[in-house]
Design a protein around this ligand. Structure first.
Ligand SMILES: Cc1cc2nc3c(=O)[nH]c(=O)nc-3n(C[C@H](O)[C@H](O)[C@H](O)COP(=O)(O)OP(=O)(O)OC[C@H]3O[C@@H](n4cnc5c(N)ncnc54)[C@H](O)[C@@H]3O)c2cc1C
Length: 376
C-alpha cells in the first residue's frame, strides 16, 4: 500500500484502471490557510477543484427521489483527486515536496506495535513493527492516529496500548496528561459498499446528475458517490449512516484491516445482508433518476464489496490542542482527532487533519530550531 490513510483508494487487478476512493471522496476548504494550500496542490496536479471542473456536482437526494444541486456560490470550495488519479495523490505530493526533492523517508504497509523511550533526557524513541522488526530510533515521536495511545487497543489487539505502556516507565506528567485527555476520544463508523459498472451500465450510472449526493432522511444511506473513471467504467460507493454502521458493528469486509490485522472473522451471510440493505436503499432512492434496467444495480462488473470504516470520523471531544505537543517527552499528535484553534468544527475532516499537521510542523520547527514560530 501507499500513503493516504482514509484517503487511500481501493485498487484491484481484476479490472485494469479500476480505483475506488472508498474513504474520503472529496473535501471542503473553509479556512484561508487550507484554501491556499489546496490552490498550490491544484497547481501541482495533486488535486482538482471540483467547482471549476464543471461536471462534478454536489447536492442532495431528497426524500421524494429528486436531486437538488447545492448552490455553488454559497458552498465552500470542494476538492477531489485530479482526473485519472486517486485521493492518495494528495498525500504522495505532500511527501514529495514542492521541488520534487524528497521531503520524507517512508516505511509503508508496516504497523508500529511497540514504542520505547530511551533513558536519555530528553528521550529518543525506538519503534518496532508488529513482526518485531526494529524500525529505527528517532528524536521525536509524531503520532497521526489515536491507535497506539488509546484504550481501544486492548480490545482490538490485546495488551496495553504501546504508548501507555511506554509512559509507565517514562514518568512524564505532561505525557500522562495527554494520555488522559486522549482516552475518552471515540469515533463514528461508516460502512461502505463498493461497486463498479462497465459498458451501458457504466454510462447509465455516469448520467446521474451528481458526483456526490447526501441522502436526505434515510436510516441506511448517508451519501452516494459516483466516479466516472472512463466512458465505460463507473464506480459507485454507498456510505451508510453512522446508526446503520453501528447496528452491523461486528460485520467486517473480508479484506478489512480488522480482518487482516486482528484476525477478526468476516461472516459471509451477515455481510450479504448488510450489502442487500444498502443496495435496496440505493435502488429505492434512485428509482426516478436511474434507468435501473440498464444500470443493473445488482450485477456490477466488480463488487459489491463491503468496507467497514470503524473509525471513519472522530466524535467529540477531540484532543485539546494544549495536549498535542509534549516537548518534555518528545511526543506529538496530529490528525483530524486534534482540536485546531481558530478553525472550530473542522475536526473529522481533511481540512482539520491538514491544519493540525501544519500547526504541529510549526511547533516542531520552533522546538527543533528554536525559531520564532511567528516567522512561519
Ligand atoms: C467513508 C469516509 C468518508 C469521508 N468523507 C469525508 C468528507 O467528505 N470530507 C472530509 O473532509 N473528510 C471526510 N472523511 C474523513 C477524512 O478521511 C479524514 O478526516 C482524514 O483523511 C484524516 O486524515 P488523518 O491523516 O488525520 O488520518 P488517517 O488518514 O486515518 O491517517 C492515519 C494513518 O496512521 C496510520 N496508522 C495508525 N496506526 C498505526 C500504527 N500503529 N502503525 C503504523 N501506522 C499507523 C494509518 O494506517 C493511517 O495511514 C471521510 C472518511 C471516511 C472513512
Amino acid at each position: 500500500g501507499g500513503p493516504g490513510g482514509r484517503a487511500t483508494p481501493r485498487l484491484t487487478r481484476e479490472i485494469p484502471g479500476l480505483r475506488v476512493d472508498h474513504g474520503v471522496p472529496s473535501f471542503a476548504a473553509h479556512t484561508p490557510r487550507f484554501s491556499s494550500l489546496c490552490t498550490s496542490l491544484v497547481a501541482r496536479n495533486a488535486l482538482q477543484c471540483c467547482s471549476s471542473a464543471g461536471s462534478l456536482t454536489f447536492g442532495q437526494l431528497k426524500a421524494d427521489g429528486t436531486f437538488e444541486a447545492e448552490d455553488a456560490a454559497a458552498a465552500p470550495r470542494r476538492y477531489c483527486a485530479p482526473e485519472g488519479k486517486g485521493m492518495s495523490t494528495l498525500c504522495e505530493a505532500l511527501l514529495r515536496g514542492d521541488d520534487e526533492t524528497k521531503l520524507a523517508y517512508t516505511t509503508l504497509s508496516t504497523m508500529v506495535s511497540k514504542v520505547e523511550a530511551s533513558a536519555s533526557e530528553p528521550p529518543q524513541w525506538r519503534l518496532t513493527s508488529k513482526s518485531g522488526t526494529d524500525l529505527g530510533t528517532f528524536d521525536w515521536l509524531v503520532i497521526s492516529s489515536t491507535g497506539i495511545a488509546h484504550p481501544r487497543w486492548r480490545s482490538t489487539f490485546g495488551g496495553e496500548p504501546p504508548l501507555v505502556q511506554a509512559a509507565l516507565s517514562l514518568n512524564d506528567p505532561a505525557l500522562d496528561s495527554a494520555l488522559v485527555a486522549l482516552a475518552p476520544l471515540t469515533a463514528k463508523p461508516v460502512t461502505a459498499a463498493l461497486l463498479a459498472y462497465e459498458g451501458d451500465a457504466a454510462a447509465a450510472w455516469g448520467s446521474l446528475p451528481f458526483y456526490k449526493a447526501w441522502v436526505e432522511d434515510d436510516p441506511t444511506l448517508s451519501r452516494i458517490v459516483v466516479q466516472r473513471i472512463s466512458p465505460t467504467l463507473t464506480t459507485v460507493v454507498l456510505h451508510s449512516t453512522h446508526a446503520f454502521a453501528e447496528s452491523s458493528a461486528h460485520v467486517y469486509g473480508a479484506t478489512s484491516t480488522a480482518a487482516r490485522l486482528a484476525g477478526a472473522k468476516s461472516d459471509k451471510g451477515e455481510e450479504q445482508r448488510v450489502l442487500d440493505a444498502m443496495l435496496n436503499a440505493a435502488e429505492n432512492r434512485l428509482d426516478g433518476l436511474l434507468n435501473t434496467s440498464i444500470a443493473s444495480i445488482r450485477s456490477p462488473a466488480w463488487g459489491p464489496h463491503l468496507h467497514r470504516w470503524g473509525s471513519a470520523f472522530p466524535d467529540s471531544p477531540l484532543l485539546p490542542e494544549a495536549n498535542a505537543v509534549v516537548p518534555s517527552a518528545r511526543v506529538a499528535f496530529c490528525g483530524d482527532f486534534v482540536e485546531v484553534g481558530g478553525a472550530e468544527g473542522r475536526g473529522g475532516s481533511v481540512e482539520g487533519a491538514a491544519l493540525s499537521g501544519l500547526r504541529l510542523a510549526q511547533a516542531l520547527k520552533s522546538q527543533i530550531e528554536g525559531v520564532d514560530a511567528l516567522e512561519l
